[in-house]
Design a protein around this ligand. Structure first.
Ligand SMILES: Cc1cc2nc3c(=O)[nH]c(=O)nc-3n(C[C@H](O)[C@H](O)[C@H](O)COP(=O)(O)O)c2cc1C
Length: 372
């Protein structure tokens, strides 16, 4: 399974794991793939400690980082808004809708002083310090989602020998990333968990491979086993980039109630919804997504207003979902259609081994189709 890109990066397997859990990064790296740490959910302060924790455990194995660099967001035409301006832009109707939704479900308020998590930050100016800090670490790859990597990020990557990757949901995105100078494009199809477009992986991957040749492409969206990995290489990708499949592993810090829901869910149980981030993102369907889909209720706000609005309500749901039925019904998280095949808790290492074994079996089966 050695592709030129995997060779270049020193990987045993061309499997890239996007995760927000440091343990998953470490286990994927130890098993011969590349763990890519999503920094979007982490505060700048805590991030350095997380990176050091990872580095102490993987030795000189390569790892990567990923961040959201959206081109379009509320106020993007004027460089964004500051925190107080953002809060003032959240309509009272939206707060009232969520107050009512949670009280109808019997979800109690947060205790005084309870943590609600960091505010989601967008805009290159506010993220430049974080990116510069990331480059001070021994990363092998840095990926940008929701927009092309800026020129200075590509130049810094070149000078430090760090590959710069960018996620694309259409062939036009992929061309834009190639023109910006990205070293790798992740072609991510509709099936994917998290922010996703409307073109399926099966159609998008060969389209992107042809459009930006010879820039290497990773296939993403709906890939959770060795047959899907083999298919991705057949489509012209040099590896796979997976997000959902790690969420039900032993090492993942997925909320226990959500993990249980993922294990029981079928492949039709996800929706693309703007209800968590303000941009369409695939997630488990729940009473939360149903309420936001209802035409009688307000529409989600643009990024970053929607995550700013919802974080306290999400904290209330997550804090009580283990013993409150209403909160359990509302609880959800990002996941792709592959959730239908995520039916058992496994270690990260066994997921990696199953990828490799099924790849070998599939290649052998395909070989058998060719006459002597
Ligand atoms: C829980 C979750 C969180 C994600 N967060 C990010 C993120 O912060 N940055 C990013 O580039 N992609 C993110 N993604 C998308 C992944 O990078 C990846 O493209 C996608 O998961 C691939 O499809 P799959 O979910 O079918 O494996 C996320 C996906 C999931 C499931």
């Amino acid at each position: 399974m050695r592709t030129p890109l995997a060779e270049e990066l020193g990987l045993e397997f061309p499997i890239f794991a996007l995760t927000h859990c440091r343990d998953v990064v470490v286990e994927v790296c130890r098993a011969g793939g590349m763990g890519v740490f999503g920094v979007a959910a982490h505060s700048a302060g805590g991030l350095e400690a997380e990176l050091r924790w990872i580095e102490e455990r993987i030795g000189d194995r390569p790892y990567g980082v990923d961040l959201l660099l959206p081109t379009k967001f509320a106020g993007s035409d004027r460089g964004g808004f500051d925190a107080s301006q953002l809060d003032a832009l959240i309509p009272e109707t939206h707060r009232k809708f969520l107050d009512d939704l949670l009280s109808q479900h019997g979800v109690p308020p947060l205790p005084e002083g309870a943590a609600v998590g960091d505010a989601f930050s967008v805009g290159l100016d506010s993220q430049r310090d974080v990116i510069e800090m990331l480059f001070e670490h021994p990363i092998s790859l840095i990926a940008s989602a929701l927009g092309p990597p800026p020129g200075w990020m590509i130049e810094t990557g070149r000078s430090k020998g760090v590959k710069v990757a960018a996620l694309a949901g259409t062939v036009e995105h992929a061309r834009r990333h190639a023109e910006a100078g990205a070293d790798i494009v992740v072609a991510q199809g509709y099936e994917a968990g998290g922010h996703t477009g409307t073109v399926s992986t099966m159609v998008l991957v060969p389209e992107v491979v042809d459009a930006i040749d010879p820039i290497p492409v990773l296939a993403a969206g709906g890939i959770g086993n060795g047959r899907q990995l083999t298919a991705s290489l057949a489509l012209g990708a040099q590896g796979v980039w997976c997000g959902s499949v790690w969420l039900t592993t032993e090492e993942a810090e997925t909320h226990p109630v959500v993990k249980e829901k993922f294990l029981a869910a079928g492949s039709s149980d996800t929706v693309r919804s703007r209800s968590l981030t303000g941009k369409p993102a695939r997630q488990l369907r729940s009473a939360w997504t149903d309420a936001w889909e209802d035409a009688a209720n307000p529409d989600p706000l643009p990024m970053p207003l929607q995550p700013r609005l919802t974080r306290e309500y999400q904290a209330r749901i997550n804090r009580t979902a283990h013993n409150n039925e209403g909160a359990r019904q509302l609880a959800n998280y990002f996941v792709g259609q592959i959730v239908g095949s995520m039916n058992h808790v496994k270690s990260v290492r066994s997921v990696m081994e199953e990828f490799a074994v099924e790849y070998a079996d599939t290649m052998e089966r395909l070989d058998g189709f060719t006459p002597e």
